[in-house]
Design a protein around this ligand. Structure first.
Ligand SMILES: Cc1ncc(C[n+]2csc(CCOP(=O)(O)OP(=O)(O)O)c2C)c(N)n1
Ligand SMILES: [Mg+2]
Length: 1062
């Protein structure tokens, strides 16, 4: 609100001095000083809700500052000024379209009556309270203005007087704008009959039935609509049609529920309240983050879902925090009660199903109020709607963008162009909605072309406290929902004790979403019956509130009293509902004792055929026949004849084309393009998102070209094959967010395994803004929730003197989260069967049991295989890529096209047709697990990433190729034990050294060291402790900011790596 008021003041200031040369003016009426006048001159246009207006008059007077106090006139506030201007504009267009008294007023102004005389009339009116009948017509106009402004004020600010707090502790002061006396009315005016004949008030007053209303009736009606259990905030929405639609829905909705509807609402509320009571009686000492005090959420959500289904929605994806989650699972998603109760009794681990020979993998599990599930729910209209509730971590709000990503992916796969069939519902707490930045990041993506989902429905369970913190200490805005105003989302605040009001706003919210396809917010103002959880003492910190809560009846009692009072239901009828529910719960409680979770809740239907870690999966080769490579290469490097690319981009594309034609010198970007192109060719969906990914932060990708004459965009990868879906290849620059966008892509990747979803950070270090996504979802999500994702995260990494903030993607952190045992070599990798070894089968178990992979790839072809491997296997794991910067253009970092093909697919030698986890020294060729020893080699340097090229170049210069061999760990984790063992066998006399660019406390050193020792120990090699190390010393900062120091350090570590002792 403050922002809007400020912007309005700016307008007023500008209008004051705009040239008006004889146009219609309200100057005299609205204030005697020029500083308070309003109006718009010919050719000057006022844009609602914008902080500027444009004038076609070049010579328009420059705005002169007006003292702020003059702009604060209680009569000419932001909304009234806006309203009068609107009336004036409508009068100019069509005098019939405004109420008669206004038309008269404008006519008189046109007729030459001076603004001053009207102004005097206003003053007289304000001081003398002349009754309308028999008053001068000027005073009639004044009354009319007063009443229209009053109505408008209620439409805009009525929510400030709405009765939202069930505890009635929130004392809401009378608002000046909502007080009739602010418009000159006095007690004596209550029974004045007035015209309210205005199309914008048609929903409020039926003027056909009754041509005039008394002030008393008008205020009563306004309070009824705007100040009862619902507070509507919507007038800031800049699109008039949307505002009108909403106003119409608010003002002309039938306010009465039918008796059948009331029974349904009662039944649903009873389930909600009784579920919490049941749990509280049966599991007294258990934490469940109950919904007590906010139970009307459940009937509200059911109404929401019913209405969405009526509006064509078939699938809903939901995300929510701890509060009330079990209730939502039981009563909205309909997870079997016996299962929920069984989880309360300790949550048995799932058992192996009959006939299944393998041990059922159950992961590490999670607490009951984090698990997700899905269900097909029949709705009131008879349609069925698919509901899925995503598993979520404790990190409040982190799941919000994940929901939207999943919704967007579903819309892609359902070809839901209108975005009507799939909708996201995101639940929030009041504290977290206003406090967590990811909430804004999620809203901010809501209208971006490649991220929009056609609007999410946000529900805030606003219990007016966050753990022990009162709202005034947890947010600076009046409402916890104010952040959504930035997006023009309508916000409905509703008293959580009024279940019918909750259902009513949910219905409008669903209708809004289906109609306008933008976000909408429902803020259920309720309370929290217990402490933060059931075993927490709230009286320590909120004594007054909890004294009120103790005396407060629960929402079911409130509704029951209402229904019985108004004779909508009898006591017997409500009792029968209670009895039915108690019986069902009791019998489910009994069933829970026998309940053993057997469902293999691994993968959703799209994931059929995919394997959990307990099932043996296959890996496919990733090479592609040369002929297809060439065809795709040609298609994606060809630009239309009438397209004018930038000169450098043209050259770049010519280079790519030539490399494909000649089969030589494929660079990183071309290799990447071939990976995407071949995956698309096979029918997969490829999506790349992140900051500036279209061009690429380092100008290497140019996945979207811009015509230099027309500005038209061209995406070569849209042309891999004929009839390609327009979004099959998606590449999009994102909002400048890491947490939100990564979350979105994670959600997207979880939908369908046949998609390659990539999030790329601008520089790897910025990924730390998304740390909860790595900690809570990517590295541990499968273990906790049995849900797989093949999301690829590309993090530019490498020390090239750009300072501490652009060098390191913090490789060490990703490695620290890898769950492989540093001291145990996985079965089959230590002494592999030769045939299995060549077919790569001995590595599958390791990959399947690992939580994610971390790679640092150094050749375009290997990156091609690495990306393709993500899709060409029967399970999915997240992939963290330390992606290159200077290798994008490095003359040595090129691959021949033959490294991409599948020529060797029938050969025993798997390397070359698949991703190479370790690149051997370039002088050796044998890949046998027991290679011929290279006895002359004195040192084996193991390293990863681009430092390889620097060491190799210097080694060449120094003529040390025979003495020092270099191996690259392209995949650092899961650690390629088998290949490292092979290399150790190859070099029996060599000293093993680890070389890295990063400081010793960073990079891969700490991860590699114990694993290398394990390999040495296995082979009976002497353990050289500490592990010989060439790299930067330990450091607090990731890198130096001084270019000279950087070079010195870099040269120093390379020199160290290549300096052999005697
Ligand atoms: C990101 C994050 N910070 C802190 C917490 C610890 N925490 C759990 S619940 C809670 C209070 C949440 O308040 P609110 O959003 O109002 O939800 P309520 O519990 O009142 O339903 C806090 C601070 C958390 N889970 N996540
Ligand atoms: Mg709260």
């Amino acid at each position: 609100m403050a922002l809007l008021a400020e912007s309005m003041k700016v307008h007023l200031r500008q209008f004051t001095s705009a040239a008006v040369d004889g146009s219609l003016m309200l100057r005299g009426l609205l204030g005697t000083s020029a500083g308070r006048s309003l109006g718009y001159g010919k050719g000057t246009r006022y844009l609602r809700n914008q902080t500027s207006f444009s004038s076609s008059k070049a010579e328009a007077a420059a705005p002169a500052a007006v003292p702020m106090n003059q702009l604060m006139d209680d009569f000419v506030n932001g909304s009234t000024a806006n309203y009068i201007e609107d009336l004036e504009r409508r009068y100019v267009e069509n005098p019939e379209s405004v109420p008669g008294s206004w038309a008269d007023f404008f006519r008189r102004l046109e007729g030459g009556e001076t603004p001053d005389s009207l102004s005097q009339a206003y003053s007289q009116f304000a001081s003398t309270n002349v009754a309308l009948t028999g008053a001068s017509s000027a005073l009639a106009v004044k009354k009319s203005i007063g009443v229209t402004l009053l109505i408008r004020a209620y439409q805009t600010q009525g929510h400030l007087l709405a009765e939202l707090d069930p505890l009635e502790l929130d004392v809401r002061p009378m608002q000046t704008d909502l007080d009739p006396s602010s418009y000159g009315f006095t007690e004596a005016d209550w029974d004045l009959e007035m015209s309210v004949d205005n199309p914008e008030f048609a929903g409020l007053f039926n003027t056909k039935e009754k041509s005039t209303y008394t002030l008393r009736e008008i205020v009563k009606r306004l309070r009824e609509v705007y100040c009862q259990s619902i507070g509507y905030e919507y007038n800031y929405i800049s699109e008039k049609a949307k505002c009108d639609w909403l106003r119409n829905h608010i003002e002309s909705q039938p306010h009465e529920f039918s008796s059948a509807e009331k029974t349904t609402v009662y039944d649903r509320l009873a389930w909600s309240v009784m579920f919490e009571n049941f749990l509280s009686n049966k599991y007294t000492a258990s934490k469940r983050f109950g919904l007590e005090g906010g139970e009307t959420l459940i009937p509200g959500m059911k109404t929401l879902i019913d209405t969405l289904a009526e509006g064509g929605c078939e699938t809903v994806v939901m995300g929510m925090p701890h509060r009330g989650r079990l209730n939502v699972l039981a009563n909205v998603v309909r997870k079997p009660l016996a299962q929920i109760f069984s989880e309360f009794s300790g949550g048995l681990k799932p058992i192996t199903e009959e006939g299944d020979k393998t041990d059922l993998y159950s992961g590490s599990g999670d607490v009951k109020y984090h698990l997700g599930t899905s269900y097909d729910r029949p709705t009131i209209s008879g349609k069925t709607i698919h509901l899925s509730l995503l598993a979520n971590p404790s990190h409040l709000e982190a799941v919000a963008p994940v929901v939207n990503g999943k919704v967007r992916a579903k819309q892609y796969y359902l070809d839901d162009k209108e975005r009507s069939k799939v909708c996201g519902i995101i639940l929030h707490g009041d504290g977290s909605h206003s406090g967590q930045g990811v909430v804004y990041e999620t809203y901010d993506m809501s209208a971006l072309p490649e991220y929009t989902t056609g609007g999410s429905i946000h529900i805030v369970v606003n219990n007016q406290v966050a753990f022990t913190t009162d709202p005034k200490f947890s947010r600076s805005s009046p409402y916890c929902t104010d952040v959504a105003k930035a997006l023009d989302a309508p916000i409905f605040h509703v008293n959580g004790d009024d279940v019918e009001a909750v259902c009513k706003v949910m219905k409008i919210a669903a209708q809004w979403r289906q109609k306008w396809k933008t976000d909408v917010v429902v803020d259920i103002v309720c309370y929290r019956k217990h402490g933060h959880n059931e075993i927490d003492e709230p009286m320590f910190t909120q004594p007054l509130m909890y004294n009120a809560i103790k005396k407060h009846p629960n929402p079911l009692e409130v509704y029951k009293a209402k229904l019985i009072g108004e004779k909508a239901m009898t006591k017997e009828e409500v009792d029968a509902i209670g009895k039915k529910i108690t019986n069902i719960m009791n019998s489910e409680f009994e069933n829970a004792k026998e309940y053993t979770p057997k469902a293999r809740d691994w993968l959703s239907s799209h994931w059929e055929g995919f394997k959990g870690p307990d099932q043996v999966a296959r890996m496919r080769n990733t090479g592609v026949p040369m002929e297809i490579l060439k065809r795709i290469g040609k298609n994606v490097t060809k630009l239309p004849d009438d397209f004018t690319p930038h000169r450098q981009v043209k050259k770049n594309y010519e280079g790519r084309k030539k490399a494909i034609e000649t089969g030589e010198g494929i660079d990183w970007a071309t290799g990447e393009m071939l990976a995407y192109g071949t995956l698309i060719h096979e029918g997969n969906h490829v999506r790349i998102s992140g900051q500036d990914v279209e061009r690429g932060t380092f100008t290497h990708r140019h996945a979207v070209l811009h015509d230099q004459k027309t500005g038209a965009r061209y995406r070569p990868l849209d042309h891999v094959r004929m009839g390609q879906h327009p979004h099959q290849f998606t590449v999009s620059n994102s909002a400048l967010s890491e947490f939100g966008v990564l979350g979105f892509e994670l959600g997207y990747s979880m939908q369908d395994p046949n998609s390659l979803v990539i999030w790329e950070a601008q520089f790897g270090d910025f990924a730390n803004g998304a740390q909860p996504m790595f900690d809570q979802f990517l590295s541990s999500g499968e273990a906790k929730w049995l849900r797989q994702t093949g999301l690829v995260v590309q993090l530019p990494h490498g020390y090239d003197g750009q300072g501490p903030e652009h060098s390191s993607a913090r490789l060490e952190r990703f490695l620290q989260m890898c769950d492989d045992d540093p001291y145990v070599i996985p079965e089959g990798m230590q002494d592999p069967d030769v045939e299995l070894f060549f077919r790569g089968k001995h590595t599958i178990a390791q990959h399947q049991h690992h939580n994610w992979a971390v790679v640092n790839v150094t050749t375009p072809a290997n990156f091609f295989h690495c990306l393709r491997r993500q899709v060409h296997r029967q399970f999915r794991k997240p992939l963290i890529v330390m992606s290159p910067k200077n290798l994008l253009r490095h003359p040595q970092c090129k691959s021949p096209l033959t490294d991409f093909d599948d020529e060797q697919s029938d050969d025993n030698d798997i390397q070359g047709i698949r991703f190479r986890r370790l690149l051997m020294d370039d002088s050796v060729t044998s890949r046998h697990p027991q290679p011929e020893p290279e006895t002359q080699v004195r040192r084996l340097i193991l390293c990863t990433g681009k430092v390889y090229y620097e060491i190799a170049q210097e080694r060449e210069k120094r003529g040390l190729k025979d003495d020092i061999h270099i191996c690259r760990l392209e995949q650092i984790s899961p650690f390629p034990y088998d290949l490292v063992l092979r290399e150790l066998r190859r070099y029996p006399n060599a000293e093993i050294m680890w070389c890295q660019e990063e400081p010793m406390n960073m990079g891969a050193y700490s991860y590699v060291e114990p694993r290398l020792y394990t390999c040495m120990k296995t082979l009976g090699l002497p353990l050289n402790w500490p592990l010989p190390y060439a790299g930067r010393p330990t450091s607090a900062a990731t890198a130096t900011g001084f270019a000279e120091t950087h070079s010195k350090e870099q040269n120093g570590l390379i020199n160290h790596a290549l300096t052999l002792g005697d």
